[in-house]
Design a protein around this ligand. Structure first.
Ligand code: NAD
Length: 241
């Protein structure tokens, strides 16, 4: 039987790989994103608008059983605390954390009624460790790890699982934008910075979005039915150092 997955931020990078892999595995996927995409069922949505997210998810739930939520939409912002303006902090927090709050809060009543569901939050290795010049992003990803644990505890009795995926550096448009911004500011060479970034990883390469999608598919499946409240690291060994 076709299962249903709702994802946020499924038009690019890791999210797009998740949409493609889930469709290949017989899921129908509703993609809530700002940027239009022809892969999956696209729903124009700004995840910072809690009412808009709830209305879209309620509409999907009126016609389908939502088996899986992947809360993935996120942005990066490079700066230490002194260089993070209140506006920048609010922007990162609103998309990365309030967006997850909106999506999770919206699916829970439906998952409770059906007494099943798997919620997967796209956190980061920065939920576990800090990286330089990433004040707002570090903070937002640590918050997502907390949301995964809290949701797992509060909704285990409804047979709803919640887990956070913690990728290391994955080659996506978000990664390339971060490198480009850094090089534009510092004058560093992009090819060299990219090579240095790969060399920082114990496996000596960056991760690929398809690799993260495989982990998400596993967490969504019944093969992971005893896994909840966990932080799943997929980082080529980076945080083991
Ligand atoms: P990406 O920039 O390629 O994709 C992000 C998607 O989110 C885009 O489709 C964008 O349109 C969407 N989005 C942004 N703001 C939105 C909003 N307000 N409402 C709805 N959609 C919105 O990024 P990515 O690298 O694929 O990252 C996806 C997730 O994975 C993010 O949460 C990111 O923090 C996390 N992550 C990425 C890496 C990495 O190295 N790329 C590592 C760890 C975690």
């Amino acid at each position: 039987m076709t299962k249903v997955c709702v994802i946020t931020g499924g038009s690019s990078g890791i999210g797009l790989s998740i949409v493609k892999l889930f469709i290949e595995n017989n899921y129908r996927v509703f993609n809530l994103d700002l940027t239009p995409s022809s892969t999956g069922d696209f729903c124009q949505c700004d995840v910072t608008d809690v009412t808009q997210v709830r209305n879209i998810i309620d509409h999907i739930a009126s016609e389908h059983t939502i088996d899986v939520l992947v809360s993935n939409a996120g942005i990066h912002f490079s700066a230490n605390i002194e260089n993070t303006s209140e506006e920048a902090l609010e922007k990162v927090f609103n998309i990365n954390v309030k967006g997850a709050y909106a999506a999770i809060k919206s699916v829970l009543p439906h998952m409770k009624t059906q007494h099943s569901g798997s919620i997967i939050l796209m956190a980061s290795d920065q939920a576990l460790i800090a990286k330089h010049n990433s004040f707002a992003y570090n903070l937002s990803k640590a918050a997502l790890a907390s949301i995964a644990k809290t949701t797992a505890l509060d909704y285990a009795s409804f047979n709803i699982r919640a887990n956070a995926v913690c990728p290391g550096t994955i080659e996506t448009p978000l990664y390339h934008n971060a490198i480009n911004n850094y090089c534009d500011k510092s004058g560093a060479d992009k090819t060299q910075v990219h090579a240095e970034e790969a060399a920082l990883q114990p496996l000596n390469r960056l991760g690929q979005p398809e690799e993260v999608a495989e982990l998400v598919l596993f967490l969504a499946s019944d093969n992971a039915k005893f896994i909840t409240g966990s932080l799943q690291v997929i980082d080529g060994g980076y945080t083991a150092q």
